[in-house]
Write a protein that binds this ligand. Structure first.
Ligand code: SAM
Length: 206
C-alpha cells in the first residue's frame, strides 16, 4: 500500500521532466562518476559522432560537441526540456526500438539508464538497433542501474523509488548485452548512492 502510493508519486514526478531531473541529481551525486567515465570513452575516440539513445533531459549532451551530437527519446516532454537546456545540440523524438536511422552512422552510441525500464524482449530490440546504428570499429556504451547482491541500504531505497521495473543483477545485464554484441570492458561503480554497471562494447570491423 505505502509502496504503491510512493511509486505513484515517483511516476507523477517522472512525468514532469524538470522536477524529476533536478530531484535525481542529489542521489546521483550530480552524475559526476558517470560523466567522468563517459568523458574518458569520448577522449579515447577523439571527436566521435554521438547518438544518445533515451537521452531524457539531455544530461550528457554537455560532454559532446553540439555539431556531432544527436539525442533521441520517445517522450516529447523530455525532448522539449532537453532542447531548452541545450539549444545548440540536436534532439529528436522517436521510439528507438523501431527508428530506422542511418546504419553504422555513429562512432559512439550511448544507452544510459534506459534498459532498466524495459522488459527483456523490448530491451533486446532496443540494443539490436543501438548496435546496428554503431559503425564497425565504433563503441556501444551501456550504463544501467544494477541490483547488487547483497544490496546496500542506500541502493535498496533508491531502487524502491525508481520507476524502472527491470533493474537486473550483474549476470543478467551481461547476458542481455552479450547476446547482441561482445562486451570488451565491464565495470560496477557507484555515483552518489546509486550503483551502476557499465558495459563497453566495440563493434567488430568486418
Ligand atoms: C531514466 S531516463 C534516462 C535518461 C538519460 N539517458 C539519463 O541517463 O539521464 C530513461 C529514458 O528512456 C526513454 N525511453 C524509454 N524507452 C524508449 C524508447 N523505446 N525509445 C526512446 N526512448 C525511450 C524514456 O522516455 C526516458 O526519458
Amino acid at each position: 500500500m505505502i509502496r504503491a502510493v510512493i511509486r505513484r508519486f515517483a511516476d507523477r514526478l517522472a512525468e514532469t521532466p524538470a522536477a524529476f531531473h533536478w530531484l535525481r541529481k542529489l542521489p546521483e551525486g550530480n552524475y559526476r562518476e558517470t560523466k567522468r567515465r563517459i568523458a574518458a570513452v569520448r577522449d579515447d575516440l577523439g571527436a566521435p559522432r554521438v547518438l544518445d539513445l533515451g537521452c531524457g533531459a539531455g544530461e550528457y549532451a554537455e560532454l559532446f560537441d553540439p555539431a556531432l551530437y544527436l539525442g533521441m527519446d520517445i517522450d516529447p516532454g523530455y525532448i522539449a526540456f532537453a532542447r531548452s537546456r541545450h539549444p545548440k545540440h540536436r534532439f529528436a523524438c522517436a521510439d528507438v526500438t523501431t527508428w530506422s536511422g542511418e546504419e553504422n552512422g555513429f562512432d559512439l552510441v550511448l544507452v544510459n539508464g534506459v534498459l532498466h525500464h524495459l522488459g527483456d524482449a523490448e530491451a533486446s530490440a532496443f540494443l539490436c538497433n543501438a548496435h546496428r546504428l554503431t559503425r564497425p570499429g565504433g563503441t556501444l556504451l551501456v550504463i544501467e542501474d544494477v541490483r547488487l547482491d547483497p544490496p546496500t541500504f542506500a541502493a535498496r531505497v533508491v531502487h524502491f523509488l525508481d520507476y524502472g521495473d527491470h533493474i537486473r543483477t550483474l549476470p543478467r545485464w551481461q547476458a542481455l548485452v552479450s547476446a547482441i554484441t561482445p562486451i570488451a570492458r565491464s565495470e560496477t561503480y557507484v555515483s552518489g548512492i546509486c550503483p551502476y554497471h557499465l558495459m563497453l562494447c566495440s563493434k567488430p570491423v568486418r
